[in-house]
Design a protein around this ligand. Sequence first.
Ligand code: CP
Length: 309
Amino acid sequence: MTSWKRKHLLGLDELSKEEIELILETASSFKEVSFRDIKKVPALRGKTVVTLFFEPSTRTRISFELAAKRLSADTLNIAVQASSTTKGETLLDTAKNIEAMNVDAMVVRHSLSGAPFILAQGLQCSVINAGDGCREHPTQALLDMFTLKEKLGHIEGLKVALVGDILHSRVARSNIWGLTKLGAKVTVCGPATLMPRGIESMGVKINYDLKEVLRNSDAVIALRLQKERQQDKFLPSLREYSRLFGINQAKLQEATSHLIVMHPGPTNRGVELSAEVADGKQSVILDQVTNGVAVRMAVLYLVLGAKGE
Ligand code: CP
C-alpha cells in the first residue's frame, strides 16, 4: 500500500490515484468513531489545528473542527472579521503570526485561487486547502468520492454528472481531478455561459441536455450557482436556469432508479434542486455531510504524520 509523504493537502490535481485511495481507506476506518458514545481517539493528542476562513462556511469549517477534536487535537477557529487582516495585514503575515504560537496545521479557505500555495511556501506547519477561489476544494471532492463508493460500491467505471455552474466551481474541478484518476466517466452539464472553455481537456464530456444526462448517469452532483463569483450576467434569470438545469421530480423520472443525487451545499432550493428532490429518497446530501467528518479526520491524520496509532 502507498505510504503518505505529503505535509500539505493543496489539491487533487497533484495527488496520485493511490494517494486518493489511501485517504478514502483511512476515512473508512475513521467513520465508526463518530458513531461511538465517546467520539474520540487519541491519534492527534498534543497537536494544534487552526481553521482560518476568509469566506463563509458552515459544513467545511465545522467538519474540520469536529474531525480535529475527534482525533484529540486542540482546535482554534480564527474569526477573520475580528482579526488584524481588517487593519491591512497580509495573508502571509497573519498566518505567520498564528504559526508563531506553535500550531501544527492550518486549514485555510480563501477567495483567491492559489492562496493555500502561498501559505504552504511561507509556513513550516501543514496547510490544508478548504477551498480556494474557483480552483479546488479537495476535501469536498474526497467526501463526494467516499459517498459514491459507499452508496454505489465502486468508482471505477461509474458515470457521474456534474450539473450547474462549472465555470466558478472549485468543487467541480476537484471532483474532475479525483473522479477521472479513479476511473469514473464524468459528464459536465450546465449553461454554455457557465462552461469553461477547453474543459474537455480534463477528460470530461460536455452535454447540455439535462434529461439525457440523467438517463445516462449513476450519480448526479448538482452545483451551487456561485453568485458571489459572477461579476457578469451569465444567466437570463434564475427561473430560466431552474427550468433548464434545475433537477426536479419530473426530470428524475427520466433517470435510472439507482441514480443518487448529491450537492456539496449550501443548496439554493428551487434553483439547483427542488425541495422534494433535495429531501427525496435518492438524495444523499446529508450522508455527504456525515462522511465529511471521517474524510477530514483521515486528511488531518495523514498530513500530521500520526502513523502507527
Ligand atoms: N460544501 C461546502 O464547502 O460548504 P460550506 O461553504 O458550508 O463549507
